[in-house]
Design a protein around this ligand. Sequence first.
Ligand code: G16
Length: 565
Amino acid sequence: ATRPASDAAISAGSALYPRVRETYTYGTAGFRTLAEVLDSVLFRMGLLAVLRSKALHGQWVGVMVTASHNEERDNGVKLVEPMGEMLVPAWEVYAAQLANAVTDAALVEAVAAVVAAAGIDLAQPARVVYAADTRPSGPRLIACLEHGLRAMDAATETRGLGVATTPELHYVVCCLNTRDAPRPYGQPDRAGYLSKLATAFGGLVTTPPPSPLHVDCANGVGSLAMTALLETLRAAGTGALLDVRLMNTATATPGALNRDCGADFVKFHQKPPAGLRLQEGDRWCSLDGDADRIVFYYVRDGAFRLLDGDKIAVLAAVYIRDLLAAAQLAPLPATAADAAATPQPLTVGIVQTAYANGSATAYIRDVLKLQTVCTPTGVKHLHHAAQAFDVGVYFEANGHGTVLFSPRAVALFHAAAGATPAQQAAIVALRALTDLINQTVGDAISDLLLVEAALAHARMAFPDWDALYTDLPNRQVKVRVADRHQFVPIKADTELAEPAALQDQIRGLVAQTPQGRCFVRPSGTEDVVRVYAEAQTVADTVRLAQAVCDVIYDHHGGLGDRPRV
Ligand code: G16
């Protein structure tokens, strides 16, 4: 058979971006490692993005260049599906095959193998939209990506968004693919994204907050998006509704990104960003490096108090549950087409991971009486589990999450009229919420507005929110090891299949600890193994975490200094 014209372009392009690593892994959020070894990966993901779009008959797919919470010297890349979701698992395998093809010729063969395996018609059009965060390596890696897009098909329709947050890119992908749908997701650019959020927020909140919210922007792209959001609100005449003070906005200072600041730092260390003085009672939050995560915090009686992703999930669930109760919506038939079917109430559920605090899960189950589901770490897993509900609230404890409304629920909100002013107001609020919440992926800025709206609705201050339940003491520790891939998690990350001896020891240590829980899993974004422990007391938690870290360090290839909890 004649070889496609792209073969020569792929081979020539590949020669410019030699592969410099043994193995690249498509992890929790795509490829993520030192930026300096990623050129070949970006070129090859350009090829793959074109193939993915062709496989989907020319629908837009997204490519985001970011390493999110990682240090500035890292970077990464992940592909985004047409509705804004994470790349499907079968294609993660193809991504790894392309990234790891050893020679230029092997890469050409690997591309041909994907074309054959996925049954791709290369004559199909391709459309790819891409963006990068503020990392200095971004422009270079985008150039590698663009070369790959052209090499695979010079006629690929492309859109570069420049510097954008990860959730903005997910939003734009979804908008581009729903332009002709009955309910387009929105205008496919930053202005459309911000005005959608601003309009929805203005529809939910009527009075300014009692005190400003200080926002640690992690010296990342979130500061640019927050600044633009404030301008959008001001232009709409609703600027007073959001009172924020932006901190850590030094996007151009080398090395500043995520350094001693940002959502991951705050959650991990359970302390405020370095160099910021928190006054008693001040309201604070931290975004991460690509603005897809957020955690809130404050100081009370001199103690740092964290309001993490679990607390956000509970607040969002309570808010939506109250609105649903006030709206008194009639149940919908099981399908719109089948009016004779038994009417079904809307289902509401909360999706968490093993990192969810035991107290949060107990509160959701015993007090809110809502269903909880536990999935492995990674938004891709939570997102799909949340789609099983009409209102699926999903948050990782680290502040990554959102709320999904089923098409059934959205249709119901738009069809309902409401017999009383209270019902009408609740229905209007539910409609606005479906716009305020970025349903394509976790979004720190959308979540910030959601939390402000929920607190305003319930007239709650941070301490009231915090008091919904009390977290069990918990610790997370990173252990550097020679080979993190020897740790094989099962049962939604709660146990290890391998090394079996380690899992037995963890079980023994947990059994001796009141309300103890502990698990170990390899990170999919950093070269470490993560240890999580919680227990009734701080002392027990520290003891449990330290004991497990010691076993790993001493018997499973620990590197560097012994981890100290
Ligand atoms: C990414 C994922 C999150 C995950 C986090 C840590 O976040 O999107 O779902 O919780 O990595 O993953 P791991 O424990 O495997 O390192 P981000 O904000 O870094 O993109």
